[in-house]
Ligand binder design. Structure first.
Ligand SMILES: Cc1cc2nc3c(=O)[nH]c(=O)nc-3n(C[C@H](O)[C@H](O)[C@H](O)COP(=O)(O)OP(=O)(O)OC[C@H]3O[C@@H](n4cnc5c(N)ncnc54)[C@H](O)[C@@H]3O)c2cc1C
Length: 328
């Protein structure tokens, strides 16, 4: 078995063969920001001080960060001893104040933050929210960026989930939260206003899609915009009245709420959102696609959209990976 030595500040710890650098640091009780543990949220970015990190640990990082030996601790299985420090970006959090909390359905909270120092963002990107004790999770921005310093999130309560349970039950109006700069490539860019758009979301995956739709309509997008929002049952759907109102207001916006189980209510389709979308829209050549929510749905829909002709660079996806638990 090959053990590697990791030096962090003045401490030296041993990384077991099957462990990532993040596993090893957390096991040694070193408090590293982290959330998704899948290389998506980038909150565990560290810098290798003497040696180049394994290339696989730099997946998704900008070139400028790769050149400076930044890497993601959750993806890094060290191939040699490493000396590491916290990445410069890891500490870049602005302070926000909770200004609104209301329920969108029994499990989904709309959390509104006022954040005067947030760097510019696009609706649909995600930020990392950090509590005072350092617990950090990623959430997608659901509002239009016209309200520059206001951020809205849809947070689904997971039974036993540390951040989501706390945000639902304990976080109060007036409390502070730390907010990272916005990240991710799942957002609406103006230009190609006549392009057809397909958006598919499951559960709170509606959050980034709602922001993208609002942005596109505001910017005068003229092409058809199709939203499929899926849930297991009727109780899991939300914002149906708002989406129907938008569909009445904008003839190019088409809304299909879908449930995969139980009775489908009036105007709701029966089936899985991505399967219904794919059978209703046989040719996606030239379309721009946005996929958000459950990782299985996102991965399947990505593949199907590509097979139906969508260009790879026109498929934007945010899989809501839920972090695995910290090793004992
Ligand atoms: C890019 C991105 C964007 C996202 N956007 C959103 C969004 O807009 N809205 C949203 O709701 N979510 C979003 N997520 C997911 C979000 O970041 C969190 O992962 C989610 O809210 C769960 O966090 P938590 O702390 O509540 O749960 P965690 O404490 O991380 O637990 C996750 C699950 O594991 C279970 N669990 C916890 N501890 C144990 C244990 N010891 N043994 C067994 N099971 C355990 C919990 O019961 C829970 O079901 C996004 C994720 C990513 C990566």
């Amino acid at each position: 078995m090959s053990l590697k030595k990791i030096t962090f500040n003045d401490r030296q710890i041993i990384c077991q063969e099957e462990d990532t650098v993040l596993d090893a640091l957390l096991r040694a009780q070193i408090d590293i920001p982290h959330a998704c543990r899948q290389g998506v949220c980038q909150s565990c970015m560290l810098r290798s001080l003497q040696t180049a990190p394994p290339p696989a640990a730099q997946n998704g990082l900008k070139d400028v960060l790769r050149h400076q030996n930044y890497f993601l601790a959750c993806l890094c299985y060290p191939q040699q001893d490493m000396s590491v420090s916290l990445g410069a970006d890891s500490g870049a959090f602005a302070t926000a104040t909770v200004v609104g909390k209301d329920m969108l359905n029994a499990d989904t909270l709309r959390l509104t933050l006022q954040c005067p120092d947030i760097p510019d963002y696009y609706a649909g990107q995600f930020v990392n929210l950090k509590r005072a004790d350092g617990l950090t999770r990623s959430y997608s921005i659901s509002n239009n960026r016209k309200q520059r310093h206001k951020l809205e999130f849809h947070i689904r309560r997971l039974a036993g989930g540390r951040f989501s349970e706390w945000a639902h039950a304990e976080l109060a109006i007036g409390d502070s939260l730390a907010v990272s700069a916005a990240q991710g490539l799942c957002y609406y860019l103006p230009g190609r206003a006549a392009q057809s758009l397909l958006l598919i979301g499951s559960g709170s995956g509606l959050a980034p899609l709602a922001g993208i739709i609002s942005e596109a309509l505001d910017q005068g997008h003229t092409g058809p915009i199709h939203l499929y929002h899926g849930s297991r049952n009727m109780a899991g759907l939300y914002w149906t009245a708002e989406m129907r109102r938008l569909a009445r207001q904008y003839p190019n916006f088409h809304y299909s709420p879908c449930v995969s189980g139980g009775e489908a209510g009036q105007g709701v389709c029966k089936g899985r959102a991505h399967e219904l979308a794919m059978s209703a829209l046989p040719d996606l050549k030239g379309w721009r696609i946005y996929l958000c929510g459950h990782p299985d749905m996102v991965h399947q829909a990505k593949r199907q959209a590509f097979l139906k002709g969508a260009a790879f660079q026109d498929i934007h996806a945010d899989a809501f990976h839920i972090g695995a638990t910290t090793p004992a």
